[in-house]
Design a protein around this ligand. Structure first.
Ligand code: DX5
Ligand code: ZN
Length: 213
């Protein structure tokens, strides 16, 4: 059985407290917060005030996925908001080792995300500092996109890297996850699946979460 991180990006943001209640009652592992700045990705999602509102209603761990340039300017702020897992993009951090260590120093778990075009091998020298590696299985920026099949090979490569280096980071997969592909993602080595559109477009979100666990 895998862990599910529920992305609220595709939920009805006008009824955020209801979505939080659903997640609290569910078997999900975390709530996944997609922060987009309109610079690194061609979309703007939400920021600190909305995360604060979610935090007030949330009983599960909060896992933030930063699709923002210069993310290091705000690590302290995320810590204060109660974020437990903080994931930055490889493509936004020229000093990735320092960033991952800084996130850990602040008392959060450190995650690194890879765009679909970034190979897993680029993490060779930094992965020791990561508690989580996120494989993007769509180009980041929007919910509800189609899963990119080449991601499967990347999950496999990452799983192999973890075994060879005898490391314990978690493997998270984000984008286009549904009940049809969840099984194969776990088989390739995923520990956590992020899902938004599949859950919130379903008539029964609690059952949808169960269906991809
Ligand atoms: C995309 C985000 C994802 C997205 C997943 O940039 O990182 O977390 O919300 O949504 P679905 O499950 O709709 O692909
Ligand atoms: Zn995400």
């Amino acid at each position: 059985m895998g862990k599910i991180a529920v992305s609220v990006l595709s939920s009805d943001l006008g009824h955020l407290a209801d979505s939080c209640r659903m997640i609290n009652r569910s078997e999900a592992w975390s709530v996944h917060l997609d922060v987009m700045d309109g610079v690194f990705v061609p979309n703007i999602s939400y920021g600190f005030p909305v995360i604060e509102a979610i935090a007030r209603n949330m009983e599960k761990p909060m896992d933030a996925h930063l699709m923002t340039v210069e993310p290091w300017r705000y690590y302290q702020r995320y810590k204060e908001l109660g974020i437990e897992w903080l994931t930055v993009h490889y493509e936004t951090c020229p000093h990735l080792n320092r960033d991952l260590q800084e996130i850990r120093r602040l008392g959060m778990k450190a995650g690194v995300a890879l765009n679909p075009s970034t190979p897993v091998s680029f993490l060779e020298q930094a992965v020791h500092y990561a508690d989580l590696v996120l494989i993007m299985s769509v180009n980041p920026g929007f919910g509800g996109q189609k899963f990119i099949p080449e991601s499967l090979e990347k999950i496999e490569n990452l799983h192999r890297m973890r075994e060879e280096k005898k490391l314990g980071f978690l493997i998270q997969v984000d984008g286009g996850v549904n009940a049809t592909n969840a099984h194969i993602l776990y088989e390739k080595g995923a520990d956590i699946l992020v899902a938004g559109n599949y859950i919130f477009s379903s008539k029964d979100p609690l059952a949808a979460i169960r269906a991809i666990m």
